[in-house]
Design a protein. Sequence first.
Length: 162
Amino acid sequence: MICRACLHASRAGLRSEASQRLASLQQPSRALSSLASTRSAAPAAYSTSALLQQRALQTPARLASRTYSTAASEQPASAVPEKPEDLDEGEAQVWDILIREFAPTNLVVRDISGGCGSMYGVDICSEKFRGLNMLKQQRLVNAALGELVKQWHGVQIKTSVP
């Protein structure tokens, strides 16, 4: 729900935008004037696709191509993450099992119980999850951790596909 002041402001913005568009439509553009002057000579040459192509030529280059924040070659998809040095004994055990079973591209294991080792958080990204729904992905992780999970109070699992 929008408050009355915001509603009035958005309507005023829309009105000013519409009036600017109307003003630009009232001034004949070069494309339309050239179209009108040559239309009698070759009426079949100006179809909708021809107008769209002409419009595409007028699109600025910054809008015509998409830019990405990182290059695709910077992060290879098959790279196995390095084991962090700050893992405690329980986290390291979980890390080793998940690396061996899933060959993940991204893995984060944290003891979220406050240090007693009764609850772990796992964030894993692996190609082995492709085509599986979230429940099946998490069941795979639970099965890989097997008996370890039974000793814990709980586990928080976040899975994803690269």
